[in-house]
Design a protein around this ligand. Structure first.
Ligand SMILES: Cc1ncc(COP(=O)(O)O)c(C=O)c1O
Length: 378
């Protein structure tokens, strides 16, 4: 699995065969539950593979205008967009790009809903259901955490003019297995029926970790079917991570070795610039062939080459001593990874590449100084 000299590390490499397997799960859910599945492009946005993804999904959901433009231009099919806050101008522009515009609150809906409706768009309202099963990062990733800015609170829903709302939207999960998905669907059915009877569709958001080993897809399908039978509405899901879990790696190179009480290795990949979730969530990425500290003969603390002391990827052990020039492969790096990279310290962005199903690896980028300089303005 070493990367050819053609592609400079650090580089994210998507494996299309594995992506297709994941997309088959989405297709099964769509077909068996008779629902729609959208790609949340905030989690994964690689236009080079949108043509093959298009066959499996109903469209994309965007976090704002720029993702919506990308969804419309590069993916096609349905374009949905939700943002915690819009300006009037943004909503007006979005009506030309998206067919489904979701508002975060009764206040945003009252101010801008008519613009979307008059332009022929379907209107969604995000509701904070007060139920979550987010499994990641505690309240940092729980959209229903106390004080959360996401979604209208149940106490205000009676004041909403539901005749102007087509889609009831909840996004309350994060890396949740089927218990979370089913729990949310049942909770919404039990607690929000009087609003759902007034809309034509319910969007159960993302966070459904569909392709994670242990996710009971049949349970999800059964819950959606029961919900649809009860309310006779269209159902949508908009996963991001769950569509691309375990579909690609980040290749990095050891640049230097160092010692300060511990053995240290400095890589061309960095937590701060290439894998910010390692620090934010936080979490420990796996490395092929490596173990926990002390498990194998040679333990190193791995860090990036930025100036931030905390730019540490973690402590790992290896069967042999590391050497400069050696490649390390971090697994499961497709969701919320390359979409979040930055050029802090002038660090080059990680390159992007695709391993197609015939085994050929195609580079998608050759990022250099220009990416760094362009973002600093004139
Ligand atoms: C409104 C909304 N929909 C969908 C998603 C996608 O979630 P995930 O990638 O966890 O499936 C998110 C993630 O933050 C979101 O905020």
């Amino acid at each position: 699995m070493t990367l050819s000299d053609q592609i400079q590390t650090p580089a994210f490499v998507l494996d299309v065969a594995r992506l297709r397997t994941n997309l088959e799960t989405a297709k099964r859910v769509r077909e068996e539950a008779d629902c729609k599945v959208l790609l949340a492009t905030k989690a994964f946005a690689m236009p080079a593979v949108f043509p093959m993804m298009r066959d499996y999904l109903d469209g994309t959901t965007a976090s704002g205008e720029h993702e919506a433009i990308m969804g419309a231009e590069e993916f096609g099919k349905e374009v949905h967009v939700y943002s915690p806050a819009y300006t009037e101008d943004e909503v007006t522009r979005l009506t030309r790009i998206a067919q489904h515009i979701y508002f975060n609150s009764a206040e945003q809906l009252a101010r801008f809903g008519a613009i979307a409706r008059d332009a022929g768009c379907k209107v969604g309202l995000r509701v904070n259901p007060g139920y979550s099963n987010a499994t990641l990062g505690g309240d940092l990733y729980n959209p229903t955490a106390p004080g959360s800015r996401f979604g209208e609170v149940p106490g205000l829903l009676d004041s909403v003019d539901w005749s102007g709302v087509d889609i009831f939207h909840v996004h309350a999960l994060c890396e949740s297995l089927a218990e979370g998905s089913v729990g949310l669907i049942e909770f919404v059915a039990d607690n929000f029926g009087k609003y759902i009877e007034q809309v034509s569709a319910v969007n159960f958001g993302g966070g459904h970790f569909l392709n994670k080993p242990g996710y009971d897809v049949d349970a999800l399908i059964a819950a959606i079917k029961a919900f649809k039978a009860k309310f006779n509405v269209e159902v949508l899901l908009e996963p991001g991570a769950g569509l691309v879990v375990n579909t690609g790696e980040l290749y990095a190179t050891v640049l230097a070795l160092h010692r300060n009480e511990l053995d240290l290795a400095i890589l061309d990949a960095s937590a701060s610039t290439h894998m910010p979730d390692v620090l934010e969530v936080p979490y420990r990425p796996e490395i092929i062939g490596a173990g926990d500290p002390g498990e194998l003969a040679h333990t190193y603390r791995l860090g990036g080459k930025t100036c931030m002391t905390g730019d540490v990827l973690g402590d790992y052990s290896f069967p042999e001593p590391l050497a400069p020039g050696q490649q390390l492969i971090f697994t499961d790096q497709m969701h919320y990874s390359f979409v979040k990279t930055n050029t802090f310290n002038g660090t080059p962005l990680a390159n992007l590449a695709v391993r197609w199903e015939d085994g050929v690896i195609e580079p998608l980028s050759n990022f250099g100084y220009e990416e760094f300089r362009r973002r600093l303005g004139r």
